[in-house]
Design a protein around this ligand. Structure first.
Ligand code: B1M
Length: 232
C-alpha cells in the first residue's frame, strides 16, 4: 500500500491502526513513519501508538514467523519498519516514561559471529516492550558479566549457531553461579544447534526455539517474577 493511494487525513484512528499493522507486516518503513507521525499529530500518546500499531503488528509477524508463514527476509523487513517507527517514538517514550516490561542483556557467545537470529530476537523483544542491551557478537564471559553488572537486567539472552561455540554458554552460567547471582537472573538461550535437553544440561532457564518463543517465554518469566516481588 502506498501513500499515493491513501490519504491518512481522511482515515479514522482505528483505520490507521489497522493500516499500521498491515504496513508493518509488509515491511513498509516509510509508511510506518508517516502513520506514526499522523497519530502523534492527532494527539495519541506514544505508548498507545507503540502498542496499538507497532507491537500489535509485530505480534502478528511473530505468530506467522513461528508458524512458518513468514520467513527471515520478511521478518527482517518488518523489523526494519518497526525500528523506523520506534526511532520516532523512542525519545518520546523515554520522556513519558512508558511502562517497560523488563531488561535483557543479549549477545552471541565467544567464537561465534552469527547474529541474524539474535538481532531478530532483540528487535522482537524491543517491540514487545523490553529494554534490550545488545552486546553483538563474539562475547567473552567477561563481556557478559560486565554488562550484567552495569545494566542489572532481569534476563540474560545468549545465542550460538555453532556446535563448537554452544558449550561456551555453560561457561557464562558457571560464572553467574561463582558470582552468586545465578538466582537473580533469568537465562534464556537460543540458536539453531541448541535444544531443550542442552538448555537443561547447562542449567539455563529456557531454550527459545525462535524469536517469538523468546518473547512469549520472557513475558511469562517476568509475570512470575513480578508476582513473586509483590508477594514479598
Ligand atoms: Co554459518 N554456519 N558459518 N555463517 N551459517 C551455520 C550455522 C551452519 C549450520 C551451516 C552449515 O554448515 N549447514 C554451520 C554450523 C555447523 C555446526 O556448527 N555444526 C556454519 C558454519 C560451519 C560456519 C563457518 C564455520 C563457515 C566457515 O567459515 N567455514 C563460519 C563460522 C564463523 C564464526 O561464527 N566463527 C560461518 C559463517 C557464516 C556467515 C558469516 C557467512 C553467515 C553469518 C552472517 C550473520 O549472522 N551476520 C552464516 C550463515 C548465514 C549461516 C546459516 C546459513 C544461517 C544462519 C541464520 O542466520 N539463520 C547457518 C545454516 C542454518 O542455520 N541453517 C550457518 C537464520 C536465523 C533467523 O536463524 O540464527 O537459528 P537462527 O535464529 C533463530 C533461532 O535460533 C532463535 O531465534 C532466531 C529467530 O527465530 N535464536 C534465539 C537465535 N539466537 C537466539 C537467542 C535468544 C533466543 C532465541 O536469546 C534469548
Amino acid at each position: 500500500m502506498t501513500e499515493d493511494e491513501i490519504n491518512l487525513q481522511e482515515m479514522s484512528d482505528d483505520e490507521i491502526y489497522e493500516l499500521m499493522k498491515e504496513d508493518l507486516y509488509d515491511g513498509y518503513a516509510e509508511e510506518i513513519e508517516e502513520e506514526v507521525n499522523e497519530m502523534l499529530a492527532r494527539g495519541h500518546e506514544p505508548y498507545a501508538i507503540l502498542t496499538n500499531g507497532l507491537v500489535a503488528g509485530m505480534d502478528i509477524v511473530g505468530i506467522d514467523f513461528r508458524d512458518g508463514i513468514l520467513f527471515v527476509p520478511e521478518v527482517l523487513m518488518a523489523a526494519k519498519a518497526m525500528k523506523a517507527g520506534m526511532g520516532i517514538l523512542r525519545p518520546l517514550l523515554a520522556e513519558t516514561g512508558a511502562p517497560k516490561i523488563g531488561t535483557m542483556v543479549v549477545g552471541t557467545v565467544k567464537g561465534d559471529i552469527h547474529d541474524i537470529g539474535k538481532n531478530l530476537t532483540s528487535m522482537m523483544m524491543e517491540g514487545a516492550g523490553f529494554e534490550v542491551i545488545d552486546l553483538g557478537i563474539n562475547n567473552s564471559v567477561e563481556n557478559f558479566m560486565a554488562a550484567i553488572e552495569k545494566h542489572k537486567p532481569e534476563i540474560l539472552g545468549m545465542s550460538a549457531l555453532l556446535t563448537t561455540t554452544m558449550p561456551y554458554m555453560r561457561v557464562v552460567i558457571e560464572a553467574l553461579k561463582t558470582a552468586g547471582i545465578r538466582q537473580d537472573i533469568i537465562v534464556m538461550v537460543g540458536g539453531a544447534p541448541l535444544n531443550e535437553a542442552f538448555a537443561e544440561e547447562i542449567e539455563a532457564d529456557a531454550y527459545c526455539r525462535d524469536a517469538a518463543v523468546a518473547v512469549e517465554t520472557a513475558k511469562r518469566f517476568m509475570k512470575i517474577r513480578r508476582a513473586q516481588q509483590k508477594a514479598l
